[in-house]
Design a protein around this ligand. Structure first.
Ligand SMILES: NC(=O)c1ccc[n+]([C@@H]2O[C@H](COP(=O)([O-])OP(=O)(O)OC[C@H]3O[C@@H](n4cnc5c(N)ncnc54)[C@H](OP(=O)(O)O)[C@@H]3O)[C@@H](O)[C@H]2O)c1
Length: 286
């Protein structure tokens, strides 16, 4: 007998941004919908900055349970939400929006996604005492928060514009110190964990021009860039025998809380899902 799904049971969510064509979120969420036999869809919708407020006002009318929010809407989405999680407020940006009692709620799941990805891909990573983080943008803020929360005692933060690193370090207090790339060779000697959060090494961008020659042998190397799947930094680290973790895990794990909020089931990041997204990244030249 054909299964008839009423409009009430059919659930919808989406990702919004501008541009949005590159987003892999539909691949992830539609995989989970199918895997769990949930009647629903997850689409990508181009929304320009001037259209954001009207788009949020039309969510219910469009039958959307919520959405992911990406560049350039992350800060404005937080401002427009009626309720925000503490971590979204802490990062000053939202990536996940849903309705609760008809009111718009906002969360930021990047920090959680990073933590969960290292738990899965590099168990024991949180024994690190000292971390060296490259980059002081939005992603860096979420990652430093995850490192400190999980017990990393000190973070050395390096950025091209040192003032931006200093500004971010000030938000976290004495456990984070800022410097420029000239100090990288020295700081690598004491790092148990090295993380790249800059956009460098991404397909179409300049490579991250840093030598790992002075990095502690036991250090774990993590790169949140996931196109290509194996960045120049990860290749260099592997060649030196370091344990490594690529950026795809963070993308997959940050998606979990949104799916749970919209579709009522907490999904898992499985090797099968990972293989599908990896295949898509490779097709895009990564
Ligand atoms: N795996 C995931 O789920 C995930 C999630 C979020 C982000 N990401 C990736 O993380 C990267 C950063 O994202 P974001 O949101 O933090 O971006 P952002 O806020 O724009 O920050 C960009 C960072 O990259 C640095 N940078 C850019 N071009 C550079 C150059 N030519 N030389 C030196 N440094 C340069 C910037 O340094 P300045 O401050 O000096 O400009 C800044 O530290 C992107 O590649 C993004 O795709 C991955």
């Amino acid at each position: 007998m054909d299964q008839i799904v009423s409009e009430m049971e059919f659930k919808r969510a989406c990702v919004i941004g501008s541009p949005i064509a590159h987003s892999r979120s539909p691949l992830i969420h539609n995989y989970w919908l199918k895997h769990h036999g949930i009647a629903g869809t997850y689409d990508k919708i181009e929304v320009k900055p001037a259209e954001l407020e009207a788009f949020f006002a039309s969510l219910a009318e469009r039958g959307l349970a919520g959405c992911n929010v990406t560049v350039p809407h992350k800060e404005e989405a937080l401002r427009l939400a009626k309720h925000r999680t503490a971590r979204a407020d802490e990062f000053g940006a939202a990536n996940t929006i849903w309705f609760e009692n008809g009111e718009l709620c906002a969360d930021n799941t990047d920090s959680h996604g990073y933590e969960m990805s290292l738990d899965q891909d590099a168990p024991g990573w949180d024994n690190a005492e000292r971390a060296l983080v490259f980059g002081a943008g939005g992603a860096s803020r979420a990652i430093i928060a995850a490192l400190l929360r999980r017990g990393v005692e000190h973070v050395d933060l390096i950025n091209r514009s040192v003032e931006r690193a200093e500004e971010l370090a000030r938000l976290f207090g004495r456990r984070v110190s800022a410097s420029g790339f000239d100090r990288a060779p020295l700081l690598m000697k004491d790092a148990d964990l090295l993380v790249n959060t800059t956009a460098l090494g991404m397909l179409g961008k300049e490579p991250l021009d840093v030598s790992l020659d002075t990095l502690k042998d036991s250090a774990l190397v993590s790169d949140i860039v996931y196109v290509p799947l194996e960045t120049g930094l990860i290749k260099q680290a592997k060649a030196r025998g370091h344990r490594v973790a690529g950026g795809l895990g963070m993308l997959l794990h940050q998606a979990v809380p949104g799916f749970a909020a919209w579709f009522g089931t907490t999904p898992e990041v499985t090797p099968a899902l990972r293989a599908i997204v990896e295949d898509d990244v490779r097709k895009a030249g990564g």
